[in-house]
Design a protein around this ligand. Structure first.
Ligand code: ZN
Ligand code: ZN
Length: 361
């Protein structure tokens, strides 16, 4: 049996849940409030990445099966392998399994929930109604497929200093005059016309980028295409990891290993590096042929972030969505109306066509 923690009211013995927005545990029966004493996470904290991956045991998140015996109802139950906090499926007792340091890196910080479940449900409805090019029937027929669930999901945050050598081409516009045949009053005459041309020159150089807290997903529970949405957090509100924040919520262990997390972070960093290279090349146009980056002083931290997760059904398909539990923003998979898209394309073509006809007159 796996040992676990359960937070209990010292007045009446009932469950203490994390009370959203209060930084406290609160008794579900008598309302007794027990403040959580957690310091803000040091903004400069970062573990050395190279050192961590040299310790082989941290390479892969190991699957661990948690067999638990509920102290309240006596039932035996198993937690999913990537979960370390949830409720007993029989009596809803909150259980938090401490992270096994032999097998997993421990979270450094937790971003506490600030958005209540009702606010999250309202945010979802607003998002659904605001979708562009969604089928009209969606708003009526979307059916909540699952109850909305509050989950802490693991995130990796990376720092790095990156030196990049690049080769490419810089294009500068220049103007030249050409003689072109033009119809004037029914006759063809030769006229001068100024045209833009581009002069390309080879360019190479070195750029420097400093990255601080590039946030990527640490779990496969939500699709990787949610990555961009799930990277936006106010990290200044992160608290030092404390299991009390998890009480009453599901919480996941990381499934994406530290090196795989760094690969995701490099993809994010690469987009910024390309922009820096373009600026360094300068001119009116840029072509990039190669970028060769060296990553120095790579640091990481592991965070748990609050998300309200659920899915809705539409025409027998399931669409997952998530509401950021810190700021209430919603995002998800969605159906598209092919009729509306085709209609919009045709309308645009008509507008462009009539502008063209008008300009020719
Ligand atoms: Zn109580
Ligand atoms: Zn139980």
């Amino acid at each position: 049996m796996t040992p676990y923690k359960h937070f209990k009211c010292n007045q009446c013995g009932s469950d203490l849940d994390y009370a959203i927005g209060l930084h406290s545990l609160k008794c579900v029966s008598c309302g007794q409030v027990d403040p959580i004493e957690a310091e803000p996470l040091d903004q400069y904290l970062a573990h050395d990445y190279k050192q961590a991956i040299s310790e082989l045991s941290f390479f892969d998140p190991q699957t661990v099966s948690h067999e638990l015996k509920c102290e309240n109802c006596g039932a035996n139950f198993t937690m999913p392998q990537n979960v370390h906090s949830e409720e007993c499926p029989y009596c809803d007792l909150n259980v938090v399994v401490p992270v096994d340091h032999e097998r997993h890196l421990s979270p450094d910080g937790v971003i506490p929930f600030e958005i209540q479940q009702q606010q999250a449900e309202a945010a979802f409805k607003k998002w659904l109604h605001g979708l562009w090019f969604a089928p009209t029937a969606l708003k009526r027929k979307a059916i909540q497929a699952q109850a909305i669930q509050g989950s802490y999901m693991p995130l990796w945050a990376f720092d790095a200093q990156v030196e990049s050598d690049y080769t490419g081409q810089r294009g500068d516009n220049y103007y030249t005059t050409v003689r072109v045949p033009t119809r004037v009053n029914g006759k063809t005459v030769m006229q001068n016309k100024t045209v833009v041309k581009i002069r390309w020159r080879h360019k190479s150089g070195r750029v420097f980028n400093q990255f601080d807290d590039v946030v990527v997903m640490g779990s496969y529970t939500l699709p990787l295409k949610f990555q961009n949405f799930l990277s936006r957090w106010d990290l200044f509100k992160t608290k030092e990891y404390n299991e009390k924040y998890l009480s009453g919520f599901r919480s996941e262990l990381y499934q994406i290993s530290l090196p795989d997390g760094f690969k995701l972070a490099k993809e994010v960093m690469y987009r910024t590096i390309r922009q820096t290279v373009r600026r360094d090349i300068g001119g009116d146009h840029q072509r990039i042929h190669s970028i060769d980056s060296v990553y120095h002083a790579v640091g990481y931290k592991l965070l748990l972030a609050p998300m309200w997760i659920s899915a809705f059904n539409y025409k027998k398909k399931s669409f997952r969505y998530v509401i950021n539990g810190q700021n209430g923003k919603a995002y998800g998979e969605r159906p598209w109306s092919i009729y509306k898209i085709v209609g919009a394309v045709l309308l645009l073509a008509m507008i462009v066509g009539s502008i063209y006809v008008f300009s020719q007159q």
